[in-house]
Design a protein around this ligand. Sequence first.
Ligand SMILES: NC(=O)c1ccc[n+]([C@@H]2O[C@H](COP(=O)([O-])OP(=O)(O)OC[C@H]3O[C@@H](n4cnc5c(N)ncnc54)[C@H](O)[C@@H]3O)[C@@H](O)[C@H]2O)c1
Length: 394
Amino acid sequence: MRVMVIGGDGYCGWPTALRLARLGHHVSIVDNFSRRRIGQALGVESLVPISSLDERLQAWHELGGTPITSHEIDVAESFESICSLIEDIRPDALVHFGEQRSVPYSMESSSGGLFTVRNNLMATTNLLEALVQTQTDAHIIHLGSIGVYGYETLGYEIPEGYQRIRRVDPSGELGPEHESLHPFNPVSKYHLTKAMDHLGLAYYAAKHGVRATDLCQGTVWGAETEETRRDPRLANRFDYDPTFGTVLNRFALQAALGKPISVYGTGEQTRAFIHIEDVLGCIVGALASPPKRDDHRVQVVNQIAECMRINDLANLFADRSDSEVVRIASPRSEPDENDLAARNHGVKAFGVDPVLVSPAKIDTLIEFARGYADLADPRNLYPTEAPKNLEPVT
Ligand SMILES: NC(=O)c1ccc[n+]([C@@H]2O[C@H](COP(=O)([O-])OP(=O)(O)OC[C@H]3O[C@@H](n4cnc5c(N)ncnc54)[C@H](O)[C@@H]3O)[C@@H](O)[C@H]2O)c1
């Protein structure tokens, strides 16, 4: 297949591009390197040094990998450039990772929030519209978020895809049945963009017959994949800072350094997780399972392996290291506690039997982080105000 990987220089996109090339697909990476620039502006670096995209591709080439091409395009800004690239490549599929993905970045300032909304919404809309404009029948696979449904306790498993619903009228009578996507309840501007993307995909599927899949992904953890291990120049990024670090990777570095494992707020928040290898497995599965041409609906998959409470996760890391768990004021405005359950039948239908968090996996992650511990910047381990509030949990 000819596959365009949008955001193919990022944490999920880069190992995906390598996996797809290894499987023999013709891969074209599109990225505008905004993630690298935002990191530089904030003074936060990946723990693992990462090569430039050109160096990465050169290394892949030297190792005999199927060639991958790269194109520097801002997909949120350059509609014409996307259209001409799509016309040149005639892709069978687009895998769309190309968004601003930090929740705190979207919450902490108006400029960060507005950039996130502009970038993410226009990126997705431009890609969808470009498929229409160029009359390209490609399957678009978008990386969404399981957080679009909010972090209130719902009391049931979040389903995947369209639901049959009936309205209860004021007298308690049930109205006629119709089909609807599950309601959204975004808690950040980042999640707002993912909810709007989801609707955009549904709209273009219904009105223009675009074959679209939205992977409502949980927090990704893990460092290496089979391909990134092959050469240091192929290494993937590993973020631990309060803006871009995902919670397991951050806990792993804190544990590797023997520093406090920082739980935000009560730690009674429940979140969904998936390992980076399983992200790749799901993308491969999604590419093989596009929606039917006459379906006119977005295919929705909850791309998660499991849901876990943050306190339970933190305790696992504390048990496997010399670190203690501390609670710090949450830099995020989210509910203090919630239960979360979501169906993940789609992941299994993609043929993925997902890895679960386990003591052995945590040992491996801590060991990995320990290998780079001397490169960690202690100023980026906790949110700025945090050191004052580092109180061990009793
Ligand atoms: N990492 C996670 O835990 C996680 C969880 C749920 C969903 N997701 C989603 O998965 C996708 C990938 O996440 P990630 O962790 O790899 O993020 P990332 O920031 O590492 O990678 C995103 C890539 O997209 C590029 N990009 C952003 N805007 C672009 C634009 N306008 N034009 C071209 N390129 C652009 C960036 O430069 C970066 O290389 C995102 O959409 C994110 O919201 C990630």
